[in-house]
Design a protein around this ligand. Structure first.
Ligand SMILES: Nc1ncnc2c1ncn2[C@@H]1O[C@H](COP(=O)(O)OP(=O)(O)OP(=O)(O)O)[C@@H](O)[C@H]1O
Ligand SMILES: [Mg+2]
Length: 407
């Protein structure tokens, strides 16, 4: 089983590296192999030790390859982090061609001009998403190719990353022996397989609740319109629990994942659970109510005015304008998260399970795999449809000409 339809996605999270290999059959992803492990070479999403990270990447991809019974050479790399931001940019060019018709070259030129407006040389643009073209001041054009024009303008949304951060991540992947096919913002990859067309058209926010970070992407009129990261996530809940109940972080993570609820109101039946203190021997009991109180304290920090809510308000994104919110990432698996977010932010909220994916339930039914799976489907060349060369049309024209010559 080889072929171009087999793809691999690799994501370097705040503590775990995830890899998935899948076969793309039509609209569907068939998961063939996967692996996810913690990596000591990464802390809070930043590479602190290149050799250790290289070793982990190699091991994780090889494990995924073994499960998939397929070797891969290329990966789509999912990136995220505090070093990534997004901005609208504008560019304009004069159409110089003799027939004064917008061609592939003019579209390419105006998009390049929009990319060159990045604030400083330490940054790299990873996505340029055209929002609209203006042909001689006529707004709202989605594909200007073939139109008569003297001037061509474009409004784009650029996703900008710190170049040195990307270089270090790419270096690790390449040293591990793999080539990077494309570098994709994880939130865009998740959006690819989780957002409905109506959600993107009418407005929605996609929140990825990870270990150290939460990433919020805002979509409207069919595309991404804003993105920000906040340095707070589900690992902070783990740390809070460990501190409060005086346990190891491993024990606190177990308690959170097995017995945690977003709020006390979500506890189906009050009770106590046995815990092991940090010495690894002393046993004790804590109530579910106390655990969920610690959890809601941290959630208020993540989603409140000093966190996501404050940032959304600053961007003037509110539930009157944006109907829905979709949650992905391991942190959204706490029972009651949808209700919590609905109450705190006011959006209609749902969990973003990967759509159109088949295979092991540990991946396809798990919201922490959504963005990695999306990497397999995200096609960078579709970001600017006007830049895809009309290969098919040429062939058809040839056929018509051939038929004409026949009769
Ligand atoms: N069942 C669960 N209930 C609650 N939290 C969970 C559950 N499963 C995993 N988590 C938490 O989700 C977090 C990891 O999520 P995820 O795998 O999306 O993070 P990541 O991508 O590595 O991190 P980041 O996006 O911050 O770089 C951890 O804090 C983990 O404890
Ligand atoms: Mg993540």
């Amino acid at each position: 089983m080889t072929g171009e339809s087999i793809r691999a996605g690799l994501e370097i999270g705040s503590s775990h590296i995830k890899c998935v290999i899948g076969d793309i059959v039509g609209e569907q992803i068939k998961v063939l192999g996967y692996d996810s492990r913690p990596c000591k070479g990464i802390r809070e999403g930043i590479i602190i030790d290149i050799p250790q990270t290289v070793e982990s990447i190699r091991e994780i991809i090889e494990n995924a390859e073994d499960k998939a019974q397929n070797n891969i050479n290329y990966v789509s790399l999912g990136v995220h982090g505090m070093h990534i931001s997004s901005q609208d940019h504008h560019a304009a060019i004069a159409v110089m061609s003799q027939d004064q018709e917008v061609s592939f070259n003019e579209v390419k030129q105006v998009l390049q001009a929009a990319r060159s407006s990045i604030p400083n040389s330490e940054d790299e643009i990873i996505h340029t998403i055209p929002l609209e073209y203006m042909v001689d001041n006529q707004r709202g054009i989605m594909n200007p190719k073939g139109m008569a024009a003297k001037h061509l303008q474009v409004n784009v949304h650029n996703i900008i990353a710190r170049a040195s951060m990307l270089t270090n991540i790419r270096k690790c992947v390449e040293k591990a022996g793999f080539e990077i096919q494309s570098t994709i913002l994880s939130s865009l990859a998740a959006a690819e397989i989780v957002l409905l067309d109506d959600e993107k058209a009418l407005g929605c926010i996609l929140i990825d609740i990870g270990g150290s970070l939460c990433e919020t992407a805002y979509f409207n009129k069919g595309g991404i319109r804003g993105f920000f990261s906040t340095h707070n996530g589900s690992d902070y809940i783990t740390n809070d629990i460990a501190r409060e109940i005086k346990s190891s972080r491993l024990e606190a993570a177990r308690i959170k994942e097995d017995f945690g609820f977003a709020t006390q109101a979500h506890i189906p039946k009050e009770g106590k659970i046995e815990i092991t203190r940090i010495d690894g021997r002393t046993k004790d009991e804590v109530s579910l109510k106390d655990i969920s109180e610690i959890i809601s304290g941290r959630l208020a920090d993540i989603f409140g005015k000093s966190g996501i809510k404050g940032k959304l308000e600053a961007m003037k994104i509110n539930p009157d304008l944006v109907p829905s919110c979709i949650l992905v990432g391991g942190g959204s698996k706490l029972p009651g998260m949808e209700d919590y977010v609905r109450a705190e932010l006011g959006f209609q909220t749902r969990l973003g399970y990967p759509a159109n994916c088949v295979g092991d339930a540990a991946v396809v039914d798990d919201v922490s795999w959504t963005s990695v799976l999306g990497l397999l489907k995200y096609d960078v060349s579709k970001e600017s449809p006007s830049l895809t060369k009309p290969g098919h049309r040429k062939r058809r024209k040839g056929l018509i000409e051939w038929l004409r010559n026949m009769f």
